[in-house]
Design a protein around this ligand. Structure first.
Ligand code: ADP
Ligand code: MG
Ligand code: ZN
Length: 629
């Protein structure tokens, strides 16, 4: 649950009330002139000296004015007797009396009044939800937090690279928003809601904005989490307000980001209890979507990366019945995205964006934008005039693994283990028939990894069994190499094992790639009736056999790569030793080392090396990962 805090409105209200009370207090207790407090003795002597001109008696309290005009007050031990009063009168003092008050005006009347007022306001605020939200609210707690771009956004489809299918599907929406009458005249039912589905950063918000830009209509955005508040009813009221705003601005687009925050399946499991607010909000959303008449030209777009958790009611006809998937871009898409965001950035001649796109599989639009920005920062920091390919490569590593830890202290022994480990991955990926080639190997620590081997991956849509087995082999090769050379093993292969095990298990349980288990999906599903626990839909015995089969499959692959590495001892050592010397090897350098060529001592190599401090004794050990996987 996000944002479990009352709206800022309630705090403003409290501050306002407290402030008002304080101001009143000050106004009633601070007179225009200063009043001197006199003690009883001084007061008596002033009276006897004939300095007192006026007196106002209020029980024990006496307020007065001296001959010189100064005001004073005194608290008498007893209320003045008739004798005293007569004495004062006789002395020519002007004496008046006032009924006694139990306290000042402030404490007796205003404070209780303010307290009651505060209680009433609080009560009103907390119960408005239960009464169904009320109107948009005097203090705006229930205003939707929607941001409205009154003019159409400047983004157009030209700014969206790749995603051709999505653009085509959304083209229809653009047509409709441009001239709704044409469609209304035909009595056509226009899609009301479009759900954009895709991983974070893949450009869902971007493309929705482009739709509004193409159609030249206002773009009203809200995030699902804006509607999730602690108080029941606030979210629902905000939804109502959002749709009101949209109707006033029609034709327009409402864009609800992260709709899963409100649109999760109702009932069953979850946190239990506190879902009332969300359910009310979701119900309100459904009501509003149904409530539009045909003539209203408002399109509702929503984005999520978890379509599976959405309440089915949201996906029914007339609601979000269109789904457009925005996938991570393929290599051509990545190149185009890079080109779009490279505009306005001075690139050196050696920059090859197509090559960069090839080495960044899995990067989404946001990553690529980030990559170019990082590269620009690097170039600027180095006071270069143009962004070089090296800046871009470094930026890609940063985006993927975090910045290089050049100042990290590493023992010579750790570097050796890492070098052999990564050399193992590299040889496996190079020599296994169905694995990728090597793109880069490095033992410069970065993020949580002490080094990594980046394969020259291709985008693959169909993973064949042979490919998967080789991938498992490559993952295991790091440990195999360690074992061969050091006669001992380290913790550094943790991630490798996790990856290999996950692949092996899925080959058996999901992809039907193990003869013993056939073409059956052995699934573990979330069970709504058991509070969302994973429930196995196969027998205990099958579970045990799957575990054994996973282990066998992995052992087999481990033996296979261990044998491969044993046969290539000389190459292994050459690669590892060059790595120790240079820290980083490109694909081309790696191939030359395999062939036994000497690498000339380029300037670049010296630049990459050196900065990492090396100390002679073992101390630290991290996790060299397979990297890029
Ligand atoms: P999402 O909403 O899917 O999480 P965004 O739309 O916020 O992702 O994308 C983040 C940024 O990435 C955008 O501002 C945009 O600049 C860039 N981007 C993403 N996809 C693309 C694309 N296909 N073409 C151009 N830029 C893109
Ligand atoms: Mg977004
Ligand atoms: Zn590894």
């Amino acid at each position: 649950m996000k944002r479990q805090r009352p709206g800022i409105g309630i705090w403003l209200l409290l501050i306002f009330v407290i402030g008002a009370v304080w101001a009143l207090n000050v106004a009633y207790t601070t007179p225009a002139e200063t009043i001197t407090q006199l003690n009883y003795s001084t007061f008596t002597s002033e009276v006897q000296a004939g300095h007192v001109r006026q007196l106002v008696v209020e029980g024990h309290h006496v307020y007065g004015r001296l001959e010189d005009g100064r005001r004073f007050s005194t608290y008498l031990p007893t209320p003045p007797s008739d004798t005293t009063l007569n004495d004062w009168v006789r002395r020519g003092i002007e004496v008046r009396a006032r009924p006694e008050q139990s306290g000042s005006l402030f404490t007796s009347i205003l404070l209780p009044l303010a307290a009651v007022l505060l209680l009433v306001l609080l009560f009103w605020y907390f119960t408005r939800g239960a009464r169904g939200g009320g109107d948009s609210g005097t203090f705006g707690f229930t205003k939707s937090r929607a941001r409205i771009l009154p003019e159409a956004p400047k983004t157009s489809f030209k700014d969206v690279a790749g995603a051709e299918e999505a653009k085509e599907e959304l083209g229809e929406i653009v047509e409709f928003l441009k001239s709704p009458e044409r469609f209304h005249r035909m009595g056509a039912r226009i899609p009301r809601g479009v759900l954009l589905v895709g991983p974070p950063g893949s450009g869902k918000t971007h493309i929705a904005r482009a739709v509004a830009g193409e159609a030249r209509v206002p773009f009203i955005t809200a995030s699902g989490s804006d509607f999730v508040e602690m108080f029941v009813g606030v979210g629902a009221a905000r939804v109502r307000d959002l749709f009101e705003t949209a109707k006033k601005n029609a034709p327009c687009i409402i864009f609800i980001d992260e709709i899963d925050a409100v649109g999760r399946k109702r009932g069953g499991g979850g946190m239990g209890g506190g879902n009332d607010e969300r359910e009310q909000t979701l119900n309100q959303l459904l009501v509003e979507m149904d409530g539009f008449d045909k003539e209203t030209s408002v399109i509702i777009m929503a984005a999520t990366n978890r379509p599976d958790v959405l309440d089915p009611a949201l996906l029914r006809p007339g609601r979000f019945d269109r789904q457009v998937s925005i996938d991570a871009p393929d290599v051509r898409g990545r190149e185009q995205i890079l080109r779009i965001h490279a505009k306005g950035k001075p690139l050196a001649e050696d920059v090859d964006l197509a090559l960069l796109a090839r080495r960044t599989p899995g990067f989404v639009g946001a990553d690529l934008e980030n990559l170019l920005n990082e590269a620009a920062l690097l170039a600027a920091r180095a006071r270069r005039r143009k962004i070089t390919m090296k800046d871009l490569e470094e930026a890609a590593d940063r985006v993927m693994m975090g910045p290089a830890k050049k100042s990290m202290v590493i023992t010579e022994e750790d570097r050796r283990i890492t070098a052999y480990h990564e050399a193992g991955h590299a040889l496996a990926t190079h020599y296994l028939e169905h694995a990728d080639g090597v793109h880069k190997i490095t033992i410069t620590p970065r993020g949580r990894a002490l080094g990594f081997m980046m394969p020259d991956r291709q985008d693959v849509l169909h993973w064949t069994k042979k490919r998967l087995l080789d991938k498992i082999g490559v993952a295991l090769a790091g440990r195999a190499a360690e074992e061969l050379i050091f006669d001992d093993v380290t913790t550094g292969a943790e991630n490798d094992f996790r990856q290999a095990t996950e692949l092996a298990r899925r080959m058996i349980t999901e992809w039907g790639m193990h003869p013993e288990f056939g073409q059956v999906a052995y699934q573990e599903r979330q069970d709504a009736y058991l509070g969302g626990y994973e429930v196995r839909h196969y027998s205990e015995d099958t579970a045990r056999r799957i575990d054994l089969a996973v282990k066998d499959l992995i052992s087999e692959q481990y033996e296979r790569v261990a044998a491969l590495l044993r046969d290539r001892r000389a190459e292994r050592e050459r690669v590892a030793e060059v790595l120790l010397e240079r820290e980083t090897l490109t694909a081309e350098q790696f191939l030359r080392v395999l062939q036994g060529e000497e690498l000339e001592d380029e300037e670049e190599a010296a630049d990459e090396r050196g900065a990492t401090q090396v100390i002679p004794k073992a101390k630290v050990r991290g996790e060299p990962g397979l990297g890029g996987a």
